[in-house]
Design a protein around this ligand. Structure first.
Ligand code: GLN
Length: 484
């Protein structure tokens, strides 16, 4: 049962072949079997899951079934869950029990979705390997010696290992798409503002976006249907009607123009990634699409721009963790300043401290114009690059990440190398446009490779259509890790 997708399990629940409780119990059993190896979860909410499943079964008995009723899901541990510890994989939030649900969590529960637990991540979503978690290192189900990607590595590994049916992640610079690519699953970062961030612990508020991580494109559309839409509790959420994303599950790209940015196919990219992405583009061409080389001329500035903007926003967002309001407080301090200092020194890990320091620096008086203001200007140029590109094509196709999953520990001593893992995903967040990663092949070592499909603002439907067409004409999504 754990192998099923959302739409497959939904059919069985609807046809009364299984109950939500049976499905949830099967998933909890699967977690017990595989999670000691992959460590995707920080908290497994067994009791709540069973109670949620029983409630779903009552609804089903009353004939009130919707696509997520009774579906067991995992949630990244930076989304608030009422009554359930939410840590962002940080010691500073250890013991923090939110008094409310994030809007996305509430929407899933309103549909009868079942919460299996909270997924591991890089501390405060800062990282590309999930190794920055202060609690545990998640492993890639395809090869336990490699990283699952990050920062939503727990969510992606849980989906790939069938330790949940689907999951939610968050993406500030690639944190849904890059782990989805590393773990061979589908991950989408919707348009900035399409999904409410209310109850998502803020990292880079102008970049952060929640999105689905799923086993196939159909599930991606189903989850998106449930979580997208305006929320008065998030002032950046877009007040526009939401289409039915399932209607975009169409196998057709005939006459479409695929933009392929020349700046994304540069030296230093893993040749196997280049090969598989090239093959994927040829599949779409074979289905009637035309390929056009496009230019995104400011791509080379994206990583630097991102690391100014996201650290600036993070330094401000993380100022609230002072030992007074949330979770952890250093126990020994004698006076207030000492308490702040010791709480923050012990509570935050090295990468988070690095970002707070960088962010404080780029915002400081005398440097603000040179760094933050300049970065904001470059961000506008990057956004305009995309606008111009979309005058010439329907979707943009790139690799999701420059390499398949790397080995655990390989990049921990070199933050710059780690930052480059997101070189193809970061500009999408700066521009605020939607993008999805879909499996498009495997390396010689059997590690998944991801294809990124980028769309215009609010054109998630086109992305879904292109991804679905590719998926239904290939068999990458049917492969599962052996986990032996
Ligand atoms: N890896 C990038 C970073 O470390 C992106 C993280 C994310 O998207 N949350 O900031």
């Amino acid at each position: 049962m754990h192998r099923l997708t959302i739409h497959e399990l939904h059919k069985k629940l609807k046809g009364k072949e299984v109950t939500a409780q049976e499905a949830t119990e099967a998933l909890l059993k699967r977690i017990k079997e595989v999670d000691p190896k992959i460590k995707a979860y920080l908290t497994v909410t067994e009791k709540e899951a069973i109670a949620g499943a029983q409630e779903a079964d009552r609804r089903i008995a009353d004939g009130k079934i919707s696509p997520l009723t009774g579906i067991p899901l995992a949630i990244k541990d930076n989304m608030c869950t009422q009554g359930i510890q939410t840590t962002c994989a940080s010691k500073i939030l250890e013991g923090f029990i939110p008094p409310y649900d994030a809007t996305v969590v509430k929407r899933l529960k309103d549909e009868g979705g079942v919460l299996l637990g909270k997924a591991n991540m890089d501390e405060f979503a800062m990282g590309s390997s999930t190794e920055n978690s202060r609690f545990t290192v998640t492993r890639n189900p395809w090869n336990l010696e490699t990283i699952p990607g990050g920062s939503s590595g727990g969510s992606a590994a849980a989906v790939a290992a069938d330790a949940c049916i689907a999951a939610l992640g968050s993406d500030t610079g690639g944190s849904i798409r890059q782990p989805a690519a590393c773990c061979g699953v589908v991950g989408m970062k919707p348009t900035y503002g399409r999904i409410s961030r209310y109850g998502l612990v803020a990292f880079g508020s102008s970049l952060d976006q929640i999105g689905p991580i799923t086993k196939d494109v159909e599930d991606c559309a189903i989850l998106l249907n449930a979580i997208a839409g305006h929320d008065p509790l998030d002032s950046t959420s877009i007040n526009l009607p939401i289409p039915d994303y399932s209607k975009a599950l169409i196998k057709d790209v005939k006459g479409w123009t695929l933009g392929v940015p020349k700046e994304f196919f540069v030296e230093g990219m893993d040749p196997q990634v280049e090969e598989e992405v090239g093959a994927a583009i040829r599949v779409l061409e074979g289905l009637g699409a035309t390929v056009k080389e496009i230019a995104l001329p400011h791509t080379g500035y994206a990583v630097a721009t991102y690391y100014i903007i996201c650290t600036a926003e993070a330094s401000s967002n993380l100022a609230r963790y002072d030992g007074v309001k949330y979770g952890f407080r250093a126990p020994e301090s004698k006076e207030l300043m000492e308490m702040y200092q010791e709480t923050r020194s012990e509570g935050f890990g090295p990468e988070v401290k690095r970002r707070i320091m960088l962010g404080t620096y780029v915002l400081s008086s005398g440097y603000y114009d040179a760094y933050y203001r300049k970065a904001s200007q470059v961000r506008t140029l990057i956004k305009e690059d995309f606008e111009k590109a979309f005058d010439q094509c329907d979707v943009i196709i790139t690799p999701t990440a420059p390499t398949p999953a790397f080995r655990l520990g390989e990049k921990m001593e070199d933050p710059l190398q780690m930052y480059l893992s997101d070189i193809f995903t970061i500009s999408v967040n700066l521009a605020g446009v939607p993008a999805l990663s879909i499996p498009c092949g495997f390396s010689n070592e059997g590690l998944p490779i991801g294809l990124q499909i980028i769309g215009k603002h609010l054109e998630e439907e086109r992305i879904i259509q292109a991804a679905y067409t590719f998926e239904q004409n290939t068999d990458h999504h049917t492969k599962r890790p052996k986990l032996s």
